[in-house]
Design a protein around this ligand. Structure first.
Ligand code: SF4
Length: 427
């Protein structure tokens, strides 16, 4: 890894189009399409550029970022030139976040949404970009309060629609404030970001995110009164067919473990004359504004291409990083092993048990705990039930031994059944 990349990782830097990150299969280029939206033709162009200037592998991250893999020092300038010329990327050159907001891919068109989260994001995003001194990883979750709940995503700031006119705001996922009128959301968030940047300027290495602030410092960021957290909602549907407003439909597909090849992306784009395409934080794509026939046809095509088209697909409960051979730090082929493990543990995963397959302790795909975390070690895996990649493993097992111990009656299976039960009792 280059000196740049090591320094960048230490500082909590994020890859982008202009600043790619070295990985085992070359440079990873992250791109942010203007307005976080794409047309079918643009989707095909990105697929073509990924094949021409990268290794043809494309990812969507858990923060709904598009990533092109396998770019080289020689191909990178040409890729950047094409992306800029074709207006496929919207990026500033500073160190701050390239995109701060995370929103449902149906936002603005979802009839269950209480507020127009897409409109709110359109006001927050440009304001946030003007604030100097924000950490690159800062995230603002804008949840419309409808069926596509974003509770599963952490945020420095969270806005949740309460009714057509108001929202509540949460800082560092622990201090709920409000309510505020939706018209006040963007200026309120901008003011909080400015105050946070000022606090952070005094100790940038200690204060990386809002969660690093003391309770007193966090409370000082707003004069809004404390509020109750919104009532829990059912988990969102992460794939399938969705009815939108005005008798239109959306097809939401997931990429298995967040990854697909250029040909798959090209075929999805080629199937549609017109669609409003959004990136999904459930590591997929939403094709919006389709008629019912077109949306159903696209869903069938996506299924034929091996993509996730149903919310009970066990692969949706599995997080896996690029692993080997894609990443030079990887000690196991996480993607292929994750597919095998997802099939073997399907009955547990569809009940909500979570599995994280990581090529090393860095945990790029899932930094927090999972019901079962596997950490690559010399071709096998350190097995961590109910923990993170940095917790003490129960054992180190190769894939075959793991599959055996995931069978009913075996110890790891029994632990996951218990995890599933305790989840059920909490729900
Ligand atoms: S978790 Fe480790 S192996 Fe996986 S992509 Fe990140 S650095 Fe590579």
């Amino acid at each position: 890894m280059s000196a740049l990349s090591q320094e960048a990782l230490r500082r909590g830097w994020c890859p982008s189009t202009l600043k790619p990150m070295e990985t085992g299969d070359g440079w990873l280029v992250r791109l942010h399409p203007p307005g976080a939206t794409l047309t079918p033709v643009q989707l095909q162009r990105i697929a073509a550029l990924a094949a021409e200037h990268g290794n043809g592998l494309i990812e969507i991250s858990a923060r709904a970022n598009l990533q092109i893999r396998g770019v080289t020092a020689e191909s990178h300038p040409k890729l950047v030139e094409r992306l800029l010329t074709e207006q496929l990327v919207d990026e500033h050159e500073g160190d701050g976040p390239q995109r701060v907001t995370l929103v449902s891919p149906l936002a603005g068109r979802d009839p269950t949404g209480l507020i127009d989260a897409a409109a709110m994001v359109a006001l927050i995003e440009p304001r946030a970009r003007t604030v100097d001194g924000l950490p690159a990883k800062l995230g603002i979750v804008v949840d419309d309060g409808g069926a596509q709940a974003l509770d599963g995503f952490s945020g420095d700031i969270r806005l949740v629609g309460m009714d057509a006119r108001s929202a509540v705001l949460c800082l560092a996922d622990r201090l709920w404030l409000g309510p505020i009128p939706v018209t006040e959301a963007a200026p309120t968030v901008a003011a909080i970001l400015c105050d946070f940047a000022a606090l952070r300027a005094a100790a940038p290495d200690q204060i990386r995110r809002l969660r690093d602030l003391s309770s007193e410092a966090l409370a000082s960021l707003s004069t809004l009164p404390e509020a109750a957290a919104p009532a829990p909602r059912m988990p969102p549907r992460r794939a399938g067919l969705f009815a939108l407003e005005n008798d239109r439909f959306a097809t939401l597909v997931g990429l298995p473990f967040g990854r697909c090849d250029a040909e798959t992306l090209d075929r999805l784009g080629a199937a549609l004359a017109k669609a409003d395409i959004r990136l999904s934080p459930w590591r997929g794509l939403a094709f919006r504004d389709l008629d019912r026939t077109g949306a159903e046809a696209l869903l069938r095509l996506a299924g034929d291409l091996g993509l996730i088209t149903q919310d009970d697909d066990p692969r949706l409960s599995v997080q896996a990083c690029a692993g080997s051979p894609a990443c030079s730090r990887a000690e196991a082929p996480t993607m292929t092993d994750a597919a095998v493990l997802a099939a073997a543990a399907a009955s547990l995963l569809v009940q909500g048990v979570t599995l994280h397959v990581s090529g090393c302790v860095k945990a790029c795909a899932h930094p927090t705990a999972a019901d079962l975390t596997l950490v690559g070690r010399d071709g096998s895996y350190d097995v961590v039930p109910g923990g993170t990649t940095r917790d003490k493993p129960l054992a180190t097992l190769d894939l075959s031994a793991l599959l055996t111990r995931l069978q009913p009656g075996q110890d790891i299976h029994a632990r996951l059944v218990k995890a599933g039960r305790s989840m059920g009792s909490q729900g």
